[in-house]
Write a protein that binds this ligand. Structure first.
Ligand code: NAP
Ligand code: MG
Length: 502
């Protein structure tokens, strides 16, 4: 299916019709062409209804070797790293145009494979993907190197060089946003890439690879290797000819990648990992209703499958009832349904196994003595999909699992505090440090608390805001390295010093 983006009045029937007409890519994309690989496949199941969608090529060591070899050839012998940077940038901007042109199709692939509402996939995720390729496309031709002041008989150049072959291993929750955040800066820097999507969401990534070829990226510059983590992902992690590996996913799998690097060629590994982000509401929040609405939106958006989800609501005792009641009300009225229905506000979780894990966290919260205020159980059993009711627990103690472990689902833990110092202490009592939210009208309080919070991003009087101009990433066990902004180029470039005696 092709065609320019449609209007906002697209109906449920329109999306269902488009879904039926959709062609699903099933082969790897290696060296600019579809490559079926050695014959092994895996089944992609749609969480909409639990039915199989496609049989996709399952890459192992042989396919990873082929993909890395194609990327190596494109880097060592191809034009890509030697092109005028602005010309690389133009290719990335053509890719941004194609992503925009195919926005409905890509949104449908994402919605079918991982279950987010198709209108959110189109209006939020695909907009971000196109913007990312465009932003780095525009940046490519605007970079300069350094020539430091030196003694009169010498000239020094400090130049940034592409690291070479980059492998990007990404999760399913924002399949194309994560892919774009890795590939766009790596490509802008002149690297070549092998992208490994999650087993749940290979379809959109394979289609993106084909669009990159159509945009004129030379063969082998962007390869897409489908397959399972312990095979395809591991093969890239251990590959002696991968120079840098950019990973987004769980903290547990992040540890594997550090081991793979240690056991192979010491490739640098960049990790964007999990979180348990606090969202602190002080009594002087400029608009408590908006604070509550944003707290609810933040934890339920994308089915709660968000690394930055504000999963710990820390609310001051004086306003706790008001804020929590509003969040609970939102949880009860949120419309769960088929992700292809434009009226749907929350789709299914990604897989039945993932819903089991989330239900395990809910059971533990009950056992630990937290109080259930909304949800807590499966929904829409007749559909065959792993739907779950938006869930809120209050009276969550600091040692409970729900206060400490990432759920990666629509489950909110509410904790009450009495002073800003106590709020910061609770907020920082975590192995993670990805993001934090803070609601206050007092400028000094905002700055003081923002400084004290250990997080890669602090949002004040908002949540999940900001564009490509700001870096994104974590501290502590949320990882290291930054996506977005010009800082992302640091991951994909090496500084070279050339000292010339005149
Ligand atoms: P995951 O299980 O860690 O998987 C991420 C990627 O790693 C997938 O491509 C996966 O492939 C691969 N993988 C899995 N096991 C592997 C292994 N043993 N060796 C090599 N590769 C392996 O994470 P997920 O379930 O897809 O996503 C959820 C997690 O991602 C959450 O923890 C969330 O917080 C995190 N996340 C973080 C950010 C961020 O920017 N900080 C953004 C989004 C998500 P398969 O799918 O084929 O197994
Ligand atoms: Mg996985």
């Amino acid at each position: 299916m092709t065609g320019a983006p449609h209007d906002d009045d697209d109906t449920y029937e329109d999306w269902q019709r488009r879904a039926r007409a959709l062609a699903l890519p099933t082969a790897h994309l290696i060296g600019g062409a579809p490559e079926p690989g050695g014959g092994a496949t895996f089944t992609v199941v749609s969480p909409r209804d639990g039915r199989p969608l496609a049989e996709v090529a399952a890459g192992g060591e042989a396919e990873a070797d082929a993909a890395v070899a194609a990327a190596r050839r494109a880097f060592d012998r191809g034009p890509w790293p030697r092109l005028a940077p602005a010309e690389r940038g133009r290719a990335l901007q053509r890719l941004a145009d194609l992503v925009e042109h195919h926005r409905d199709e890509l949104a449908l692939l994402i919605s079918l494979e991982m279950g987010k509402p198709v209108t959110e996939a189109r209006d939020i995720e695909l907009r971000a993907v196109a913007a990312t390729f465009r932003w780095y496309g525009e940046l490519a031709g605007k970079l300069t190197d350094e020539a430091p002041h030196t003694p009169g008989d010498a000239l020094a150049l400090v130049t940034r060089e592409p690291v070479g072959v980059v492998a990007a291993v990404v999760p399913w929750n924002f399949p194309l946003t994560m892919a774009a955040w890795k590939t766009a800066p790596a490509l802008a820097a002149g690297c070549t890439v092998v992208l490994k999507p999650a087993e749940q969401s290979p379809l959109s990534a394979l289609r993106l690879g084909a669009l990159a070829a159509e945009a004129g990226l030379p063969d082998g510059v962007l390869n897409v290797l489908a397959g399972q983590g312990p095979e395809a992902g591991r093969a890239l992690g251990r590959h002696p000819d991968v120079d840098a590996l950019a990973f987004t996913g769980s903290t547990e799998v992040g540890r594997h990648f550090l081991r793979y690097a240690a056991d192979s060629n010491l490739k640098r590994v960049w990790l964007e990992l999990g979180g348990k982000s606090p969202n602190i509401v002080l009594p002087d929040a400029p608009d408590l209703e908006r604070a509550a609405a944003t707290a609810a939106w933040g934890i339920f958006f994308n089915q709660g499958e968000m690394c930055t989800a504000p999963s710990r609501l820390l609310v001051h005792r004086a306003v706790a009832d008001r804020v929590v009641d509003a969040v609970v009300e939102r949880a009860r009225t949120l419309r769960i349904g088929d992700p292809l229905d434009p009226a749907t506000e929350m789709g299914p979780l990604v897989t039945a196994a993932h819903r089991e894990r989330v239900l395990g966290h809910i059971a533990a919260a009950h056992r630990d003595g937290a109080r259930l205020r909304a949800g807590g159980e499966a929904a829409l059993p007749g559909t065959g999909g792993p739907y779950l009711r938006p869930t809120v627990f209050d009276r969550v103690g600091p040692q409970m699992r729900l206060a400490r472990e990432e759920v990666f689902g629509p489950v909110l833990a509410v904790q009450v505090f009495d002073t800003p110092e106590e709020a910061v202490r609770i907020a920082n009592d975590s192995v993670y440090g990805l993001a934090a939210g803070l609601w206050t009208a007092d400028l000094s309080t905002a700055h003081r608390m923002s400084r004290a919070l250990r997080a890669g991003t602090v949002w004040v009087n908002c949540y999940e805001e900001g564009g490509l101009e700001v870096p994104f990433g974590g501290v502590r066990q949320s990882g290291h390295g930054r996506d977005k902004s010009a800082h992302a180029l640091d991951k994909y470039t090496d500084l070279k010093t050339t000292w010339i005696r005149l």
